[in-house]
Design a protein around this ligand. Structure first.
Ligand SMILES: [Zn+2]
Length: 206
């Protein structure tokens, strides 16, 4: 494991999740970003959870979906309409239009417009995050889906969405899943904040 993160910005992590899904607010000083963006049609619940946890909507500098499945990106457009920009990784662009088909049976999904997002590559992510006061990077971590990415903070906290735990990877994807965990570990990941279940567990890489 690399130990290049001895000096880092102090982050706080708050979970504003509901319906068995975690939505993580990362704050550094007065800057905040939201990792994963709610179920479709649950804007009222999301706002109530943000309020309850003392997170003003106006302080969220951007929203990032770890991947474009309904429970992780369902409110992305609602957030944009409320003034929170959507940060999209280049490899996620193809997955966004596919949401619409997946959402046919889901009430309240607001289709994500494609023309007004902030689109960057993972290689550009550290510089971009630095501009909003967050020390870290966004890494490609396919395995659960091709468009899956993880936010890794310089203090070792990593937001992995639905990246399959190494021991639970299906045979046909085990190499991809393990490579994603190894990449995170090699970049200094230590504590995992997943899309479902408790956060803060130590990273395990077999
Ligand atoms: Zn998923």
């Amino acid at each position: 494991m690399t130990r290049r993160h001895d000096q880092h910005t102090k982050h706080t992590i708050v979970n504003v999740g509901y319906k068995s899904t975690n939505y993580w607010v990362v704050s550094a000083g007065g800057s905040r970003m939201l990792v994963d963006l709610g179920w479709p049609g649950t804007w009222g619940a999301m706002k109530a959870h943000l309020d309850r946890m003392g997170v003003p909507l106006g302080e969220i500098k951007c929203g990032l979906a770890t991947h474009y499945h309904m429970d992780h990106a369902g409110l992305a457009q609602n957030f944009k309409q409320a003034g929170v920009p959507l940060l999209v990784m280049a490899q996620q662009l193809g997955a966004i239009p596919r949401m619409k088909g997946d959402m046919k049976a889901v009430d309240g999904y607001v289709e994500i417009a494609m023309h007004d997002n902030i689109v960057i590559s993972c290689a550009q992510s550290r510089e971009w995050l630095q501009r909003i006061g967050i020390g870290g990077e966004i890494l490609p971590t396919p395995g659960h889906s091709d468009d899956s990415v993880s936010l890794l903070l310089d203090d070792g906290s990593v937001f992995t969405g639905d990246l399959t735990p190494p021991t639970m990877a299906p045979d046909d994807r085990v190499e991809t899943v393990l490579a994603s965990w190894r990449l995170l570990s090699d970049h200094g990941a230590r504590r995992v904040y997943p899309g479902h279940g408790p956060g803060g567990r130590s990273i395990v890489v077999s």
